[in-house]
Design a protein around this ligand. Structure first.
Ligand code: UGA
Length: 450
């Protein structure tokens, strides 16, 4: 098929490169001159495993082309996927200006039938607006459709997620639109959910918000675990074996980050509120997530005492492993909080260092590896569970530190193995409160009551 992709960000570029690899003719559009130049030279402007190879292959075979001009893509493509950003406005609602601009530009260039597909995450009823706008603006006699085809890929494993999805959602109003998308996706051998446009739009917001709720739920459970000396990892393992619950997204930690969850929970809250529906569950999830970041610093303070004059090594800055994306990363809150409390901070991330230098700036030491970040530290704080941190030589780490203390903000390590290696270990919700002075008193009091 002939496919145009408007917006070469994480979703757009993965979509375009994968479709090209599957044999379709793809024209990518982005208005960022530098991004287009980089792509034409075979360079992907962000880190996503395997993507650069796919882009290069698509270009070498002539199936993937890049332009800055929307009309060029409209001319040569039957399907046009809109993959532009929908950031959050200060009031929480989604900023749809890029979607609106692209829709109008597509309308102005359309000379024959085109199916315009929203892939960007948009509030319900955006598709209806796009359809109205296109139909008002296109020249007489030209037919068009709007469909919704939300994307569920995760950064860091985006290609795998795109090519092997749990499900493909197609929201369409006409038989022609439905048929085009069903034909496009049939070779994926994934369950197809074929529905109307509004249900497809809502399904995406509801899915991301539910995953965010799961994370906040387990973080709330983790706090109880900490108070009573239980281990949240075991609790999550046990809960997850129930097929009605599932183990995924029950990893307690410093909370969610990234470009999607906070934005989508805020947008869904706005939509629910605007329709006078109860959004309290969504607000509670966002609140728990916000508080995880200062809570992590408070936990460290409980381990070390006042942070003034202490040195803290931070391992991991990206919002999750296998990406260099720092958008809404917990580290961007936690590192400045450590600095504000008077700590010296040494940081290392396998991929996000160049971007972090711009954002974290002065007063932070940027290190070449995890061991360098741990050198002379009073504690190491793990904020992103990169695989290479799993394999660290803990005894060597401990020997480099001023005090062998680890705060594991992602529950990556086995507490017993850490302690055997001589580390004082604290994770999230792993019963460790009992090791601190505060919790010893708490335990004694609880013991007396019993
Ligand atoms: C998320 C969704 O998982 C995708 O399905 C969706 O397509 C995407 O948003 C989007 O809307 O574009 P992503 O943000 O790339 O994907 O990454 P996730 O793997 O979902 O992780 C999000 C955050 O939650 C990370 O900070 C991660 O560390 C955190 N997380 C995840 C936890 O704290 N605990 C968990 O158990 C799982």
């Amino acid at each position: 098929m002939k496919i145009g992709i408007i917006g070469a960000g994480h979703v757009g570029l993965v979509t375009g490169a994968c479709f090209a690899d599957l044999g379709h003719q793809v024209m990518m559009v982005d208005d960022d001159r530098r991004k287009v130049a980089a792509l034409r030279a075979g360079r992907v402007p962000f880190f996503e495993p395997g993507l650069e190879e796919l882009v290069r292959r698509g270009m070498a075979h002539g199936r993937l082309r890049v332009t800055r001009a929307i009309p060029e893509a409209v001319d040569c493509s039957t399907l046009l996927f809109v993959c532009v950003g929908t950031p959050t406005r200060p009031n929480g609602e989604a900023d749809l200006s890029a979607v609106e601009t692209v829709t109008r530009r597509i309308a102005r260039s359309m000379r024959a039938y085109r199916l315009v597909v929203e892939k960007s995450t948009v509030p319900v009823q955006t598709g209806a607006w796009m359809r109205r706008t296109l139909r008002e603006m296109v020249r007489r006699g030209v037919d068009c459709d709007v469909a919704s085809n939300p994307e569920f890929l995760r950064e860091g494993c985006a290609i795998q997620d795109f090519l092997h999805p749990d499900r493909i959602v197609i929201g369409a109003e006409s038989e022609r639109a439905r048929r085009l998308l069903v034909d496009l996706y049939t070779p994926f051998h994934a369950p197809l959910v074929v529905t109307d446009v509004s249900s497809a739009e809502l399904l995406k917001h509801a899915s991301n918000s539910f995953l965010a709720l799961k994370i906040s739920y387990i973080n709330a459970v983790a706090q109880v675990c900490e108070r009573v000396g239980a281990d949240v990892v075991k609790v999550a393992d046990g809960m997850g074996l129930d097929r009605r619950i599932g183990r995924a997204f029950l990893d307690a930690g410093v909370g969610w980050g990234g470009s999607c969850f906070s934005k989508d929970v805020a947008a869904f809250t706005r939509i629910a509120t605007a329709h006078r529906c109860d959004a309290s569950l969504l607000r509670a999830a966002a609140g728990i997530n916000r508080r995880q970041r200062p809570y992590a610093v408070a936990r460290l303070r409980r381990l070390l005492g006042p942070l003034r004059g202490r040195t803290v090594g931070v391992l991991g800055l990206a919002f999750k492993p296998d990406t260099d994306d720092l958008r809404d990363a917990p580290a961007l809150d936690i590192v400045p909080k450590l600095r504000a409390a008077g700590a010296r901070v040494r940081v290392f991330d396998p991929k996000a260092m160049p971007a972090a230098k711009k954002l974290l700036g002065r007063g932070v030491t940027f290190c070449r590896n995890a061991y360098e970040a741990a050198r002379g530290a009073d504690a190491v704080m793990l904020l992103t569970e990169w695989n290479e941190f799993k394999e660290l030589d803990v005894t060597r780490m401990a020997s480099l530190m001023r005090q062998p203390v680890v705060f594991d903000g992602r529950n990556l390590y086995d507490p017993a193995a850490m302690r055997r290696a001589g580390m004082r270990y604290a994770g999230i919700g792993r019963g460790q409160m009992q090791q601190t002075a505060h919790s010893t008193q708490h335990t004694e009091k609880a013991g007396k009551k019993r």
